[in-house]
Design a protein around this ligand. Structure first.
Ligand SMILES: Nc1ncnc2c1ncn2[C@@H]1O[C@H](COP(=O)(O)OP(=O)(O)OP(=O)(O)O)[C@@H](O)[C@H]1O
Ligand SMILES: O=P(O)(O)OC[C@H]1O[C@H](OP(=O)(O)OP(=O)(O)O)[C@H](O)[C@@H]1O
Length: 208
């Protein structure tokens, strides 16, 4: 039996059609069911549907052989015990810094700035590489609010259309990382289930 960990939420909406294209369908609807484990039309394949941030952990410890997760989550996890097999090119967006419109153009190198983000590791790496002293404040959502209420000078968050930033009078500044969904595998599963995983990777690659 192969287990695939799927990220629920917006990634799942784009994952299910991709799985359908390679002939995999879940027997129950994960958007209406309270189940966590989903049988598929293949006897030897099941899916678990969990929070995106938990997918790398399930795969790292072999609770799932494969996972589908955003690169943002992968960067935060660190990738230990995982192999990144494929860029699925879904849920594409960019991890960016953003500041209030009034702060655009202000130099950041001469002071310690406060940055609100859910993406602590990626942010730390970015500011360090830029030589900017940053105090990172971990938030779990609504990062855009932080600069508006004086909690932070800037944010690091995902940007797709830019409408969330615009609605909050923030302006995207620098690219931290290009983000899209990745197929990941447990390192041991890669050896034990090599044939089946290689076949699935080939099939998915044809439909990207
Ligand atoms: N605006 C966006 N455009 C494209 N992809 C996005 C966008 N926002 C998020 N994503 C991708 O979808 C993933 C999950 O986002 P979603 O908003 O569904 O869950 P979340 O509530 O942020 O995650 P969690 O439940 O783990 O806290 C992100 O990790 C990212 O890879
Ligand atoms: O550039 P845009 O097209 O506006 O997309 C960016 C927004 O999308 C994501 O939020 P999401 O809608 O997933 O909400 P949440 O993270 O607050 O759950 C992200 O955290 C941004 O807030």
């Amino acid at each position: 039996m192969i287990t695939i960990a799927l990220s629920k939420g917006r990634i799942l909406k784009q994952t299910l059609p991709l799985l359908e294209k390679v002939g995999i369908s879940l027997l129950d609807d994960p958007f209406t069911s309270r189940k966590l484990i989903f049988a598929t039309n293949h006897d030897d394949l099941q899916c678990v549907v969990i929070r995106a941030t938990d997918v790398p952990t399930y795969v790292q410890f072999g609770a799932a052989d494969l996972g589908i997760v955003g690169k943002d989550g992968l960067l935060e996890h660190g990738g230990e015990g995982l192999a990144e097999l494929l860029d699925l090119k879904i849920a594409q967006c960019r991890l960016m810094t953003a500041v209030p419109a009034a702060a655009v153009g202000q130099l950041r190198h001469d002071k310690r700035i406060r940055v609100a983000t859910k993406y602590v590791k990626s942010a730390q790496r970015y500011y360090q590489a830029q030589g900017i002293q940053a105090e990172i404040i971990k938030l779990y959502g609504a990062m855009e609010l932080a600069p508006l209420v004086g909690l932070a000078d800037e944010i690091v968050d995902l940007v797709e259309t830019g409408s969330t930033l615009k609605a909050n009078n923030l302006v995207a500044q620098d690219l931290v990382a290009d983000i899209s969904c990745r197929l990941i595998a447990n390192a041991a599963s890669m050896r034990v289930q090599h044939k089946m995983i290689a076949k699935l990777v080939d099939q998915l690659a044809e439909h990207i």
